[in-house]
Ligand binder design. Structure first.
Ligand code: RP5
Length: 164
């Protein structure tokens, strides 16, 4: 199976991104986590990205806050799919990172999830691998079914409590 790369702009992003890492683990998907910054370690970020395909990666998740150029800078150096997670940090509540991540020029796409949307980033990366992997696709279907059952159960409790 292809690996998923999880790149953080800073170790301060880890608390949020771990929610996605937990999902990758729960699907037994192989992954690596690295800290590469578009601004502080641009050479290392580019080196990793340029060799990511030949090193067995199938998708790259890039998380960064503030002037969040990491996902775009990574996407500039690969044709692997790149998923950007805008991280809430600083005084602007993540809107800064959201706009920096999502507003990519034509030709260099970044699939941007919600601010702090690490879980969806992981699920989207898994869906990409599942295009060619029926077993993984079945695990995704099972998760959807389980999630649906949880909501139905909550609905039942609320209906019993409030509806006469
Ligand atoms: C971004 O700036 C990082 O991704 C992080 O979200 C934010 C703050 O980084 P630190 O100053 O905490 O390292 O580059």
């Amino acid at each position: 199976m292809k690996k998923i790369a999880v790149i953080l702009g800073s170790d301060s992003d880890l608390l949020i991104v771990e929610k996605g890492i937990d999902i990758l683990k729960s699907f037994s998907v192989p992954f690596e986590v690295h800290i590469y910054s578009a601004h502080r370690t641009p050479v290392e970020a580019a080196e990793f990205t340029k060799s990511a395909r030949e090193n067995g990666f199938g998708a790259i998740i890039a998380a960064a806050g503030m002037a969040a150029h990491l996902a775009g800078a990574i996407a500039a150096n690969t044709t692997l799919p790149v998923i950007g997670i805008p991280i809430e940090s600083g005084k602007l509540g993540g809107v800064d990172a959201l706009l920096s991540t999502v507003q990519m020029p034509t030709g260099i796409p970044v699939a941007t999830v919600a601010v702090n949307g690490a879980a969806n980033a992981a699920l989207l990366a898994i869906e990409m691998l599942a295009i060619e992997d029926g077993e993984l696709a079945e695990k995704l279907n099972q998760k959807r079914k389980n999630d649906t059952l949880k909501v139905l159960e909550k609905n039942k409790l609320v209906e019993e409590k409030f509806n006469v």
